[in-house]
Design a protein around this ligand. Structure first.
Ligand SMILES: *Cc1c(COP(=O)(O)O)cnc(C)c1O
Length: 261
């Protein structure tokens, strides 16, 4: 493919992603896959059991053309506006868009047009609105129910005690295809605390599946903790920085090098 020749990289892109982002992403992807395979081997799981969902948030659309070139065609985004802008720019590529972050009800109309999967279902109101909008488009959507397993007020998701009642209501929304549960572990260097979040989600799955058999997959684990998540039963890991490099935050986004060349 020669598509890379048409992607003009700014000085900021090169500072962030290196002079050959496609090669860097491909190498990082390979390294992550190797670690996934090792984690699977440690706990007697088949490598194919774990799906890697690359998280592309903050990576600019033109750079994502190079990610596609590196063999990445599943893009996980947590902000709908950002996903919409990128999708518009990349509409000629066969990308599967997954929305993995909290969604406001007023954004549902955009989500149903672009996403194939939603990992952050966390209220009945949202389920209702998704179902209504999907019905109008005659579409279905794969969904994961987000659970707050860390007890942190800053995290979205259902309280674990509310999951079963929620799962019982899912059949009221036939356009939603429940696929599993999703969580974010506590952000901590204490791996036992991280592990206990993942373990809780796995325990909750046992109960949830008795109510709704579709809730069978666990979407858990990100760059810092996906190997622990796999050991605790993750079926989908959502990995951004380990593939695309560290994300600039706040003012770093506007460092001088980021200006167009
Ligand atoms: C950003 C994000 C991830 C990936 O985080 P990394 O540290 O980039 O791997 C996973 N899940 C959600 C919900 C996210 O917003």
């Amino acid at each position: 493919m020669t598509a890379s020749l048409h992607v003009a990289l700014s000085a900021g892109d090169i500072a962030r992603f290196g002079p050959d982002p496609a090669a860097a992403f491909a190498a990082n992807l390979q390294a992550v896959r190797t670690r996934i395979a090792a984690a699977c081997a440690r706990c007697g799981r088949a490598t194919d059991d774990v799906r890697l969902l690359p998280v592309t948030k903050t990576v600019p659309a033109h750079v994502l053309k190079l990610a596609y070139q590196a063999g990445i065609s599943d893009f996980g985004e947590n902000k709908l506006q950002e996903a919409r802008d990128k999708q518009a720019e990349l509409s000629d590529l066969p990308i599967r868009w997954s929305i993995i972050g909290h969604l406001q009800t007023n954004k549902v109309k955009y989500l149903v047009r672009l996403a194939t999967e939603f990992h952050a279902l966390d209220s009945i109101r949202l389920a209702e609105e998704l179902n209504r909008r999907l019905d109008a488009l005659d579409r279905n959507l794969d969904v994961f129910v987000q659970v707050n397993t860390s007890g942190e007020a800053s995290k979205y998701g259902l309280h674990p005690d509310d999951l079963i009642a929620f799962a019982k209501r899912l059949p009221d929304y036939p356009r939603l295809r429940p696929r599993g549960l999703m969580t974010l572990a506590v952000f901590s260097g204490d791996t036992e605390r991280v592990r206990s979040c993942f373990r809780l989600l796995r325990t909750l799955r046992e109960e949830a599946m008795e109510v709704h058999s579709g809730l069978s997959s666990l979407s858990m684990g990100m760059s810092g903790d996906y190997e622990i998540a796999i050991e605790e039963g993750a079926d989908v890991v959502r990995v951004g920085q380990a593939i695309f490099g560290p994300r600039p935050t706040g003012a770093e986004l506007y460092w001088p090098g980021a200006a167009p060349a």
